[in-house]
Structures are given as structure tokens and as C-alpha cells.
Design a protein around this ligand. Structure first.
Ligand code: FAD
Length: 460
């Protein structure tokens, strides 16, 4: 019997290292792809901003266009739908006489619920739904422990996987596919079509272009062309520019770039050019990414509760005036404000910046960390549910951190990482001076003392 396979693309917007496509092709099936824009993802959060902001929305539109071009170039196509996937996908299956649906498995609870519901709906129509693991360096089945024994601490996780786990191989890219004939018109999405207003778009700096083509260009640039990977460990804590760290994150988050491809390129670089601490460290950071995904599988919905996976009931503040000052870069702490302005204007912030502004929100302002995580979810071009909520919970003291009470000394951090003030000046300077005239919204020492007291109280 002729198989018609629908490949449901979600956070895997690429053709390289794509097991669902590869397997469908190997089975001799006719293949077509679908991407669904879910209006819920663009709706408003109760704090007043969209769940997906303008940077990620634009990036996604570009990723989807690029994916369609690539699928067409190998003889297939991408259909774009808009709505609740529990309606749009089964509906499409009927119209195209689909016999199987293939997709990559996700790790967070909402996405996994969608998978379960979809499986049930498709099963009732006698359509198989098969999930593949393809967005981590290590597959769940290759872990040296059961998923519910995933270590609480990253160091324990890393040591165990570095010792025993096998890394996933890269799947060969499909070169030609047999298409499923259809009469769908080619849909083109724009920010306006997704409901964004001119005001939301105005003045923004769109630094990243979505799509696999750009992702592969960046990978080649960072590893082979400039060999920046060989000095990654020394530069990764810098703050300004495009080259201090890999900036792979937007493409990794949308799945335009497979982590396994990065690994295989780094290994090839190590064999033919240089192997050093820096090449190791890039993979070390990608293991953090894996770690938060497996932790998410282990702890699930707890990552979205204020008490986190540690069940730490801290008396968080819900001062929305202070929260908005933080969000808009108006705290009177130039290092915080520069980072927050960068995020608002570009959708990106360095890892060093993210750690500092998250610590400041939770420890100095004492504000509910979930609010900060929600703003990052909206604003970041590279938002990734597991990395975002995992890192936020960690910094709030309710996640995977071994230390009980930790905070960043903002002034000291600014002196260390922005000694000559270039970064602060870049985002805040007016008339050669970056004093914005804003008085610090809290006293640093006092606020830390209060946060520590609250934390200790939560321990009982
Ligand atoms: C509060 C907070 C929120 C964050 N939210 C996100 C998010 O939504 N999406 C996201 O991709 N990263 C997030 N990170 C992790 C990290 O800051 C970014 O991955 C990194 O800054 C992206 O830049 P890069 O690609 O140049 O990273 P590089 O330093 O070049 O690292 C290479 C890759 O390793 C992974 N990585 C690096 N650091 C981490 C980390 N701490 N946790 C998980 N993976 C990591 C990323 O995939 C990154 O692209 C967050 C960190 C913090 C502290």
C-alpha cells in the first residue's frame, strides 16, 4: 500500500540531520511537511506582553520560508496552517490521505500533552503517529540512567554522560523526495498577519535571519572561516558584538541547526586544526542544553511553579512598578539597564548579562522569577522553554543549583566584564556619558540582606 507521510515540523526547521524525513524517504513513501502557526503562542501573557514577541515571530517566519524553499528544492513541499494543531493536523491528514505522521519529540509538558492528544486523535483515524528524538546531543535511550534518575546537579550529569553515554550520530540529509499532490495555495506569513502592530515593530534591530541556510553559514563562519571556536573559552563572557560567543542559540532554538551537527563539525575541527579547552567548552555548554531538557522530562510542570523543582516556598514580591522598571532598563543600575535595553532592542542578551539581570530581579528586587522568565520568553529571539525556565529556576534558587543562596554582585560583575564601560556606554550613552539620571531603585546591600532572610525563612 502506498504510504503518504506527513512530517510535522515544530522546533526542527531544517533538512539536515532530520530523522523523520530520512525515515519517511527510506520507506519509499510520498512525503510532505506541515508547519502550524498556533495563535496561542502569539497571545498575550497576563503581564501584558505577547508570549512570542516580535523578534522570534519574525525569525520564525524566515525559518518557515526557508524550510519551504528547501523542501521544494528536493521535490516536496511545506504546507502552512494556522490554528490549534489538534484541529489543523488531523484535518490536513484527511485532505491528503495521510497514513502516518512523523515528528520530533519535545521535552516540555505543554508540547508533550499536545503529542499525546494528537496521537490519540490520529489513532482514532487509523493514522500512526511516530516521534523521533533529534534535538539533543544524547538520546534519552543512550543515557546511563533512567530519565527519572537524571541527576539534580549539572556536574553529576556531565560526569556520568561524559564517561558512559554515546553521542547521537548525524542523519544524512535527504536529497530527493516524492511529493504528495495537493491544491493548497502557498501561504506567506508576515508580522502583520500574525497580528503585530507597526508600533511593536518600529525601532527594533533585527540582527538574526532565520532559516537553515543562515544557520549553516553561521556554523561555517564560527568554526572554519574564523576559527573563533578555538578561543571560545576566553571570549565567551564578553558582552558586545557578534563574535564573542557562537550566537548559535536562535537557530538551535528553532531547530534550524542540529546540536549533533555542531558536535560533528567541532570534532572534525579538532582532528584537522586545533583541539583545546575552547573546543571542549563549546560542547560542554551544549551539554547544559541537554541537561535542562532531560531535567524537564524528569520534573515537568514543577519548572513552571514559583516554588520550582526544589519546592522552595519563597515570599516573592509582585511589585509591577519595579518589574516594569527592570523590563525597560530603568533600575538606575547601568549594568542591568544596558543589558535590558539590549534585550528590548535586539531580542538578544549575552549569557553573562542574563545571569546578572535574572539575579537582580530575584534577589535585589525580590520579584517572582516566573515574571522574569515570562518576559524573556516574550523578548528573546532564542527562547527555548527548557533552557529559559531551567536557567531562571537555577538563578532564583528553586532549581538545579547546589548552592542554597546565590546572588551576583552587580557592581563587581560590571567592573570585571565591562571594565572600560564600553558595553554600558554602547546601550546607554547620551552626549558621551551614560548617567541616565535614574536613582537606583533599591539599595544593593539592603536588598540582598532581605532576600537572604526570605530565603532562609523558606527553608523553615
Ligand atoms: C536567565 C537565563 C535565561 C536563558 N534563556 C535561554 C533561552 O531561552 N534559550 C537559550 O538558548 N538559552 C538560554 N539561556 C542560556 C544562554 O544564556 C544562551 O544559550 C546563550 O547566551 C546563547 O548565546 P550563544 O549561542 O552565543 O551561546 P554560546 O556561549 O556560544 O553557547 C553555545 C550553545 O550552548 C548552549 N548554552 C550555552 N549556555 C547555556 C546555558 N546556560 N543553558 C543552556 N544552554 C546553554 C546554547 O544552546 C548555546 O547556543 C539562558 C540563560 C540564563 C541565565
Amino acid at each position: 500500500m502506498q504510504q503518504n507521510i506527513l512530517v510535522y515540523f515544530r522546533n526542527d526547521l531544517r533538512l539536515h540531520d532530520h530523522e523523520p524525513l530520512y525515515t519517511a524517504d527510506l520507506a519509499g513513501a510520498k512525503v510532505i511537511g506541515v508547519y502550524n502557526f498556533n495563535p496561542l503562542h502569539f497571545s498575550s501573557h497576563h503581564l501584558g506582553f505577547r508570549k512570542t514577541g516580535v523578534f522570534r515571530a519574525q525569525f520564525l517566519i524566515e525559518c518557515v520560508n526557508d524550510l519551504r524553499n528547501k523542501l521544494q528544492s528536493v521535490g516536496s513541499d511545506l504546507i502552512i496552517t494556522h490554528g490549534n494543531p489538534l484541529y489543523t493536523i488531523p484535518d490536513l491528514c484527511k485532505k491528503l490521505r495521510i497514513t502516518k505522521v512523523y515528528a520530533h519529540a519535545e521535552h516540555a509538558p505543554e508540547e508533550r500533552m499536545e503529542e499525546l492528544a494528537l496521537e490519540k486523535l490520529l489513532y482514532s483515524e487509523k493514522i500512526d503517529f511516530k516521534l523521533f528524538q533529534g534535538n539533543t546531543l544524547i538520546q534519552v535511550s543512550a543515557l546511563p540512567f533512567g530519565i527519572h534518575q537524571t541527576p539534580l546537579l549539572f556536574t553529576d550529569f556531565r560526569k556520568a554522560v561524559e564517561k558512559k553515554a554515546e553521542y547521537r550520530n548525524v542523519f544524512p540529509e535527504v536529497k530527493a523526495l516524492r511529493n504528495i499532490e495537493h491544491h493548497f495555495l502557498p501561504e506567506t506569513y508576515t508580522l502583520e498577519r500574525l497580528g503585530f502592530t507597526a508600533e511593536e515593530i518600529e525601532g527594533k534591530l533585527f540582527l538574526y535571519k532565520g532559516g537553515e541556510k543562515e544557520a549553516l553559514k553561521r556554523l561555517h563562519y564560527y568554526i572554519w572561516e574564523t576559527e573563533l571556536v578555538a578561543s571560545y573559552k576566553e571570549t565567551r563572557n564578553h558582552l558586545l558584538g557578534m563574535d564573542f560567543s557562537s550566537h548559535f542559540s536562535p537557530w538551535l532554538a528553532a531547530g534550524c541547526l542540529s546540536p549533533s551537527l555542531i558536535l560533528s563539525e567541532v570534532r572534525a575541527f579538532e582532528l584537522t586544526r586545533i583541539k583545546n579547552d575552547s573546543t571542549y567548552w563549546l560542547i560542554f555548554e551544549l551539554l547544559w542544553r541537554d541537561f535542562f531538557r532531560f531535567s524537564m522530562l524528569r520534573y515537568g510542570a514543577s519548572y513552571f511553579k514559583t516554588e520550582g523543582i526544589r519546592q522552595q516556598f519563597i515570599n516573592w514580591s509582585d511589585n509591577d512598578i519595579l518589574f516594569n522598571k527592570w523590563l525597560n532598563g530603568e533600575t538606575g543600575y547601568p549594568f542591568i539597564d544596558a543589558n535590558m535595553k539590549e534585550l528590548k532592542l535586539t531580542g538578544f542578551m549575552s549569557n553573562r548579562g542574563r545571569q546578572n539581570v535574572a539575579s537582580f530581579l530575584c534577589k535585589n528586587l525580590g520579584i517572582n522569577w516566573l515574571w522574569g522568565a515570562a518576559w524573556f520568553e516574550s523578548a528573546l529571539v532564542d527562547y527555548d522553554v527548557c533552557s529559559n525556565y531551567g536557567n531562571w529556576a537555577y538563578l532564583a534558587g528553586v532549581g538545579n543549583d547546589a548552592r542554597l543562596f546565590r546572588y551576583f554582585n552587580i557592581e563587581k560583575q560590571a567592573d570585571t566584564y565591562d571594565k572600560d564601560e564600553t558595553f554600558r556606554k554602547h546601550w546607554l550613552e547620551k552626549d558621551g556619558y551614560y548617567d541616565t539620571g535614574i536613582k537606583p531603585v533599591v539599595d544593593f546591600e539592603e536588598s540582598i540582606k532581605l532576600a537572604e532572610k526570605k530565603y532562609m525563612e523558606s527553608l523553615g
